[in-house]
Design a protein around this ligand. Structure first.
Ligand code: BG6
Length: 510
């Protein structure tokens, strides 16, 4: 064991209460030169090293089609970590990690490269004491999953028995592009790896605020009694982004907002908001409750009225002119891909019957904000005059997933003065003020959980398939239709406002 890592003086104080350090292992990353690896995965590994949470015997092994030595990969990883890590930069931490960075060059159809990778993992057992344990992170285009999985099968790298330790695989979304493709992919992954060794990433589940939903609901007495159709009027889940599609036209134009985020992030937020209390805080129990919600989701019969999609036109954001989606680099001029989607869903259970769940997401909206707003019914009777309560809205509980992470409770309060005027006020809990610890990045948490073998925050394949059962009919309905236009910098197309107006409601302005 190399000294130092476990007793890192810079370790996050919170970790004293969470001394979960994984067993020795290698983390093999496919696609290390990609955006996700550079901006999220490699920085997260540095952050874990900084917090003393990597195993004492650890290897980061990169695989990509580059004519590189270990040192070249280390240079890339160092730059990525320096540019994007959450924790402070420390040469000392990096130097310790740098000695454990390896690289294998090759393309995915190159048998020899995979043979080398398998031999390298074998060698690392002795040279770095990884005990045959390895997690394979597929940070690669979905079209490449089958060939890489087959290579792992051929070389027996996925085989727990042969390895003498554990072998796990991390699969990035999108997990398929519809139900049949997701089923095919699930079947393939389950053929190569044992089901409990498959970790499907939905990085929203790694966000502290999302996990806090469970703490808020199930650690308190205050909210659960009113968390049902007797008291809840409606729920609004918003995931808004001010950014456009960056350099991802190839991926995004073939995907659209429905498949990119509604199918996964938003439906997972809905599931956590609506699920019953799990019998215990384990992966199996939580996944079971989420799955029950996903299975109970109902789609609007009138799709034209309650399933809206849009595409951004040229507009203004933060004082800058931004181009229309169709004028983004590599997007076809006649693209019908949606950059905005909003839908009204129902949940067919005793708890939620009749409560609409409005979900919306979009790119080039006025600002980046993700929130879950539970709007309560109005009081059945008010002993005040109508004019005194004109400015009183619905009581609301808003979980601010990001930014300004926290929770807001909105309720009516008397305006100071001689009248009994009642107006909405807000009570705020802000992570930044309540805690001195800063929140780990989602990927930090999730990579650590993979190494620990803790699947609590990873959707199981039935959840993925149930989510496609919700999205497929929407995609079918939308296919070929012209998306509604909205100007970049506005809160989506008019049709989305009309959708709520039809129900006598309005979208919250986050
Ligand atoms: C990804 C989507 O899953 O989530 C992107 O593919 C989106 O299109 C991103 O921009 C948003 O993640 P976050 O954590 O920045 O809200």
């Amino acid at each position: 064991m190399r000294p130092g890592l476990r007793s890192n003086p810079l370790r996050d104080p919170r970790d004293r209460r969470l001394p979960r350090v994984p067993e020795p292992c290698a983390l093999v990353v496919f696609g290390v030169t990609g955006d996700l690896a550079r901006k999220k995965l490699l920085p997260a590994i540095y952050d874990l090293a900084h917090r003393g949470l990597l195993p004492a015997d650890f290897v980061l092994l990169g695989f990509a089609r580059r004519d590189w030595e270990d040192g070249d990969f280390e240079t890339l990883a160092k730059k990525a970590a320096k540019d994007h890590a959450r924790t402070d930069w420390s040469e000392e931490v990096w130097d310790r990690l740098a000695g454990d960075i390896k690289f294998v060059a090759g393309s995915f159809d190159d048998d020899q490269a995979f043979d080398t990778l398998a031999t390298t993992l074998d060698d690392l057992r002795n040279s770095h004491g990884i005990k045959g344990n390895a997690a394979f992170y597929l940070s690669i285009p979905p079209s490449m999953f089958p060939v890489v999985l087959r290579q792992m099968e051929r070389t027996k790298m996925a085989d727990n028995a042969t390895s003498g330790g554990w072998r796990r695989v991390v699969v990035e979304k999108p997990f398929g592009h519809d139900l049949p493709s997701a089923k095919a992919l699930n079947a393939l992954v389950d053929e190569v790896f044992t089901a409990e060794d498959v970790f499907r990433i939905d990085h929203y589940l790694g966000k502290e605020t999302v996990q806090n939903l469970m703490a808020l609901r199930f650690a308190n007495q205050l909210f659960e009694p009113v968390w049902n159709s007797n008291y809840v009027d409606s729920v609004q889940i918003t995931m808004a982004e001010d950014v456009g599609i960056g350099g991802r036209a190839g991926f995004y134009d073939a995907t659209g907002a429905g498949r990119d985020v509604l199918q996964n992030h938003l439906l997972q937020l809905l599931a956590l908001t609506a699920m019953e209390e799990p019998v215990e805080f384990t992966a199996e129990a939580i996944r079971t409750e989420k799955l029950k919600v996903l299975r109970a989701i109902t789609l609007p019969a009138d799709r034209a009225a309650y399933a809206v999609r849009g595409q951004y036109q040229q507009g203004w954001l933060a004082g800058e002119r931004v181009p229309a989606y169709r004028d983004e680099k590599d997007v076809p001029q006649d693209s019908k891909t949606e950059t905005y989607a909003a839908v009204r869903l129902g949940i067919d259970t005793r708890r939620w019957a009749g409560v609409p769940f409005y979900l919306r997401t979009g790119k080039r909206l006025p600002r980046r904000v993700t929130e879950i707003a539970v709007l309560f019914k109005k009081a059945p009777h008010l002993p005040f005059s109508h004019t005194d309560t004109e400015e009183l809205g619905h009581n609301q509980l808003v979980v601010r997933v990001q930014p300004d992470e926290g929770v807001t409770l909105k309720f009516g309060s008397k305006v100071p003065g001689s009248m009994m005027e009642v107006r909405d006020v807000s009570m705020d809990f802000l992570y930044g003020e309540a805690f001195t610890e800063s929140s780990p990045e989602a990927y930090e948490r999730l990579i650590l959980d993979v190494m620990l073998g803790d699947a609590t925050l990873f959707p199981r394949n039935e959840e993925v398939e149930s989510s496609w059962r919700v999205i497929d009919p929407l995609e079918e309905f939308w296919a070929g239709q012209e998306p509604a236009a909205y100007r970049a910098g506005e809160w989506g197309p008019k049709a989305a406002d009309e959708m709520l107006a039809r129900d006598g409601r309005t979208w919250r302005r986050p």
